[in-house]
Design a protein around this ligand. Sequence first.
Ligand SMILES: Nc1ncnc2c1ncn2[C@@H]1O[C@H](COP(=O)(O)OP(=O)(O)OP(=O)(O)O)[C@@H](O)[C@H]1O
Length: 238
Amino acid sequence: MTGSLDFRDVTVRYGAAPPVLAGLTLTVTPGEVVAVIGRSGCGKTTLLHLAAGLLVPQAGQVTFGGEVRTGYVFQEPRLLPWLTLEGNLRLTSPPDRHGHIAAELARVGLRGQERRYPGELSLGMAQRAAVARALLLRPNLLLLDEPFSALDELTASELRAELAGLLRETRPTTLLVTHNPAEAVFLADRVVALAGTPAAVRGEVRVTLPRPRDPDDPAAARAVREVRQLLGGERVPV
Ligand SMILES: Nc1ncnc2c1ncn2[C@@H]1O[C@H](COP(=O)(O)OP(=O)(O)OP(=O)(O)O)[C@@H](O)[C@H]1O
């Protein structure tokens, strides 16, 4: 069962510095994919840390409706180099999921690769393994922190399309942090712009394009333009 992720009037400050987030309210409904976009340093990773329970806000609440199983994909693979892929995935999953490791790796295009070490893989393959590690947990909350930004665009677009398919199959409540308006439009049901100091939700674009999506669809290009407009004059690296 998936649930709703709720940020209610959330304020976060680190030490004595001015708050990073203030009065931020955002709901990701069950099974929804929300992309959060905003300039570097505006608090996007902070949002993910709150959702994962790694950080407690100074004011407000962050809740998930029901028992949570969180999958987290980082910008880089973060695999332990001295363990095989199977060893890496065993380490972060409960024993009742260990029998599914080979199948989960196969789902992300790594069939038969479970005995290989991270150092033997390309960055794209390693990031596929990181996606498999998150999905192996059968997450009902999936947190994605710029998961493709370290990859070349060809690999990134391939993995993006595969992830879109996996999200359709498994429907976790998903919060995606990205710098890339086109990626946000390709994957998300809703794109939320975070801006200001302290940051709050500036606005959102609802993406109603049918799935599977075509990144070259003119309607997608229009949605990307809307997202850029939402971000105003801010320069967003793509
Ligand atoms: N543990 C910490 N201690 C002190 N300050 C922090 C800490 N984590 C984040 N910050 C500060 O909070 C602000 C928001 O950081 P955060 O990582 O959430 O931004 P971001 O939008 O994810 O940035 P980027 O897009 O560059 O990854 C930044 O000014 C950062 O320096």
